[in-house]
Design a protein around this ligand. Structure first.
Ligand code: SDX
Length: 380
């Protein structure tokens, strides 16, 4: 029995006491450890923000240098993990390959136990460092190419882009991708972070925690939306107000969810979408403009008129795909990129959960029958 009401999707129900990420969806306010996302996006690197999320404070220059060196030293993958990736069907989605590789890593790095602080720290650094290498390796292996080894003279963002095709990105491309990672690094009690906390609350090892979170992020209503937004914009195929409005009205009339719009918390435009839209335009000078940006802007305009009164505005996924497409990143890597950023948030929440842990075990509202009479099969 329970004294609490059932709330679908636990909307608005607190699942933790936390100081990792603050957001006020009514005014589009988002802060990591109390620092506004706009300030972090302007002044920090992903490595610096990861340090802030994990340890609760911005690092000194020496602390950041030491943390950066730790991450770089852990980027390489064991060849046996590469061998596992080589056995996977090349038609498989990169998020499935990532789940498999992360779970495999846990077998190669068995630890004393997650309650050991040194094991926790080393494992957290190792996972954050290796996820980009796994995603880039799978991307190349599935196309019949050898993986490109990580370089220690490149930052986290540049090294990932380098491992995709062997080319060091321009400073503009590196910085735009770095800010994209910062914007995707954390977002309070979203579904995949909740998964991470639930799995972590059982004292499962951090590899199992991240494998669980990756699987949750893959869903189209969560991290999987970003690749669907780009396909949707390409399907609309033009930016005339009449055509875009007709497309939107048709989908809304069919009660279709329009990818990249709406949010459980935000009732205004996602502050990350505001920054990502600016990053997209910033890339146009170097990478050239794209007509799907005009389609996106017109769709945003039409959706504001059609459903803005319901608080449905662009979320983080609406402009991110345009940024990645301009960077030359294949569409099937959009969600894995979300994962290599959000892993910092997942692990920050894991560390916090373990500081004052109680295993998650919610209740239920019973809707079935009880004490039913059993009938042997030949009498049914
Ligand atoms: C992310 O939680 C996080 O923080 C997630 C995230 C993060 O950083 O971790 O921000 C990342 O997952 C962003 C969201 C990406 N997903 C999408 O873009 C998929 C499309 N969006 C929707 O599926 C939806 O908006 C959700 C899933 C994001 C939120 O779902 P809710 O809060 O459960 O809202 P709902 O489905 O109950 O919708 C409420 C109403 C409904 O209309 P009514 O039945 O009341 O008339 O709003 C409508 C919905 O039909 N609605 C939409 C819509 N989103 C909500 N209608 C059309 N298109 C949409 N996108």
């Amino acid at each position: 029995m329970t004294d609490y009401p059932y709330v679908p999707g636990l909307a608005g129900v607190p699942a933790a006491r936390t100081s990792v990420c603050y957001l006020d969806g009514n005014i589009g306010k988002l802060q990591y450890r109390g620092y506004p996302i706009e300030v972090l996006a302007e002044h920090c690197t992903f490595e610096e923000v990861t340090y802030l999320l994990l340890f609760g404070k911005l690092p000194t220059r020496n602390e950041l240098a030491a943390f950066d060196a730790e991450l770089k030293s852990e980027r390489r993958l064991k060849f046996r993990i590469i061998d596992v990736l080589k056995q996977l069907p090349e038609s498989g989605h990169p998020m499935d390959a990532l789940t498999a590789a992360v779970a495999t890593m846990g077998m190669f790095y068995p630890g004393d136990h997650v309650e050991d602080a040194e094991f926790r720290r080393l494992t957290v650094v190792r996972i954050i460092a290796k996820l980009p290498t796994i995603v880039a390796a799978w991307h190349r292996i599935r196309r019949g190419d050898d993986p490109i080894k990580p370089r220690e003279d490149l930052g986290h963002a540049a090294n990932f882009l380098y491992m995709l095709d062997g080319r060091v990105p321009s400073k503009t491309a590196e910085r735009v991708f770095d800010v994209g990672l910062i914007l995707h690094a954390e977002h309070s009690m979203n579904a995949s972070t909740f998964s991470a906390r639930v799995t972590g609350s059982t004292l499962a090892d951090p590899y199992a925690v991240v494998a669980s979170a990756v699987g949750t992020l893959a869903g189209p209503l969560h991290g999987g939306a970003n690749e669907r937004v780009l396909s949707m914009l390409q399907t609309i195929g033009e930016s005339s107000p009449a055509a875009v409005r007709h497309w939107a009205e048709d989908r809304l009339a069919r009660k279709d969810k329009i990818m990249g719009f709406g949010h459980r918390e935000y009732k205004v435009k996602d502050p990350r979408a505001v920054i990502l839209q600016r990053l997209a335009v910033q890339l146009f000078d170097e990478m050239g403009a794209t007509p799907i940006y005009d389609t996106a802007v017109e769709l945003e305009r039409q959706m504001a008129d059609l459903v803005g009164k319901k608080g449905i505005y662009p979320n983080v996924d609406f402009y991110s795909g345009i940024v990645y497409e301009r960077l030359g990143i294949p569409i099937e890597l959009f969600t894995p990129i979300f994962a290599i950023a959000r892993v910092s948030g997942w692990l920050a929440h894991l560390l916090e959960q373990l500081q004052d842990n109680r295993i998650f075990r919610p209740n239920q509202i019973w809707t079935g029958q009880v004490d039913r009479e059993f009938t042997p099969i030949d009498e049914r």
